[in-house]
Ligand binder design. Structure first.
Ligand code: FAD
Length: 421
């Protein structure tokens, strides 16, 4: 295959690539999406489906660093680092830990995350109304649930920071909590309710968006891997794949956790590591929660949809290993048992794992490459790729078309990491 030129070539067909395509095609551009894996392999497929503005704070926290050392010895821990002598990973981890002690980095990340999350919530609403996408969209809030009073109270410290940017959850306890979410067990101490948060069914969002984009003329080249780039000066002239060479005026790199694997051919340092998570999808239990619940103490999430239901969580740093750790997978059910009256069913439709594209400061990488003038990066969305996708897509379109951006873009630039390999 040696293809005629398109305006835009997007590498990666996860939710980020799809949203970039949507906002570019809306501007009249011809778009081709190249995707190497099948739908299930993308992280966008089996995630928990939360659109959570409340997750503005990055993961880098001194407490988490200390607890993760303890968790390394625990088989069913929610956070695990496989001991590995990979210099890139060690350097990533050290920077991740150091960032937890840098208030300026945390503040930059919090504001950068918040702006993208707020913009994406509004854009999802707009998109679903304009394009009639059906994906179990429920903009009715999320509960952060605590079994123990101590941890419920501790969460207040986080709220103090979040209040500075205008996020205030409502507390529920006792009979008020039972009324709010009757599926919770009676011994649960309390929960914080973020009305601003929303949820949807990720695989439905993906398939509906693909259908919409095909109707709008976007071409999908599936099971095709980008392996190299041909350059002329500071411009990429063509993209080499295992199915031939493709030409485009502009290239978007939306390759999620795999982005690092392209860094040498792009002459960039892309500090993203895969953070594996698990999910189990099943038929809804009889007493299903109505509100999506995050069991914060145990880092497990339960998302109810119409007829189906997903438990998800864990963060495993084990390189690009595809092994499904059964202890961690089954632990999602064990944890849920502590919180819900009717925690799961045996009618399981999918057991899944995916790699979150983790940066060491919690911010995604969005913006033009400092090396090639026709390359734009849209990767590294950590635990929030679904939540940030429309805002990212719109920003990428604005940057490529050299339009004023709808939010400050410089904070996401790759130049925040020292460049040069
Ligand atoms: C258990 C779990 C729960 C989660 N829950 C949530 C949640 O509730 N809310 C939320 O916002 N986020 C959540 N996330 C995170 C979210 O899923 C990711 O941030 C998001 O899916 C990343 O999207 P992406 O498009 O960047 O990457 P992906 O969806 O992984 O897509 C990247 C695509 O690029 C393709 N690709 C890679 N390299 C190449 C190449 N060389 N050539 C061609 N194609 C290539 C791959 O095949 C893949 O299809 C969760 C993640 C996990 C694991």
């Amino acid at each position: 295959l040696n293809r005629e030129k398109s305006d835009i070539l997007i590498v990666g067909g996860g939710i980020i690539g799809l949203m970039c395509a949507y906002y570019l095609v809306k501007e009249g551009k011809s778009v081709v999406i190249i995707n190497k894996g099948n739908a299930q392999q993308a992280c966008s497929h089996g995630n928990c489906g939360y659109q959570t503005t409340s997750r503005a704070l990055p993961l880098n926290k001194p407490k988490l660093i200390m607890r993760s050392l303890k968790w390394m010895l625990q088989k069913d821990s929610p956070f695990y680092i496989r001991p590995q002598f990979d210099i890139r990973f060690i350097s990533w981890m050290l920077t991740f830990a150091a960032n937890a002690y840098k208030p300026k980095v945390i503040e930059r990340s919090m504001l950068g995350r918040y702006n993208l999350l707020v913009s994406s919530k509004a854009l999802y609403q707009e998109l679903f109304e304009a394009e009639k996408i059906q994906c179990n969209w429920s903009p009715n809030g999320v509960l952060f649930v605590y079994k123990r009073e101590k941890y419920f109270e501790e969460y207040k410290k986080k709220i103090e920071l979040l209040q500075e940017i205008g996020l205030s959850p409502q507390p529920f306890a006792g009979t008020d909590l039972q009324k709010k979410e009757p599926a919770l067990k009676k011994d649960i101490f309390g929960a914080w309710f973020y009305e601003v948060d929303a949820s949807l069914k990720p695989d439905e969002l993906i398939s509906e968006t693909q259908k919409l984009l095909k109707q709008k003329g976007v071409e999908f080249i599936d099971l095709c891997e980008v392996t190299a780039f041909n350059e002329e000066g500071s411009t990429i002239k063509s993209v080499v794949t295992d199915k031939g060479t493709f030409k485009a005026d502009e290239i978007v790199i939306a390759t999620g956790a795999w982005s690092t694997l392209l860094e040498k051919s792009l002459y960039l340092k892309i500090p993203i590591v895969p953070g594996k998570g698990y999910s189990i999808t099943m038929k809804s239990p009889k007493i299903s929660p109505k509100i999506p619940c995050i069991f914060e103490e145990r880092k497990v999430v339960a998302t109810p949809w119409n007829g189906s239901y997903r438990l998800g969580g864990t963060m495993e740093f084990a390189g690009y290993s595809t092994e499904m750790n059964q202890v961690r997978l089954q632990n999602l059910k064990n944890v849920t048992k502590e919180y819900l009256i009717d925690p799961y069913t045996d009618d399981v439709t999918e057991e899944w794992s995916g790699w979150r594209p983790m940066t060491n400061d919690g911010l995604p990488i969005i913006g033009k490459s400092p090396i090639h003038k026709n390359v734009t990066l849209a990767c590294g969305h950590n635990m929030l790729g679904l939540s940030m996708a429309p805002g990212t897509g719109k920003l990428v379109a604005e940057l490529i078309l050299e339009k004023p951006t709808h939010l400050g873009a410089s904070v996401y630039a790759i130049t925040r990491f020292n460049q040069g390999l």
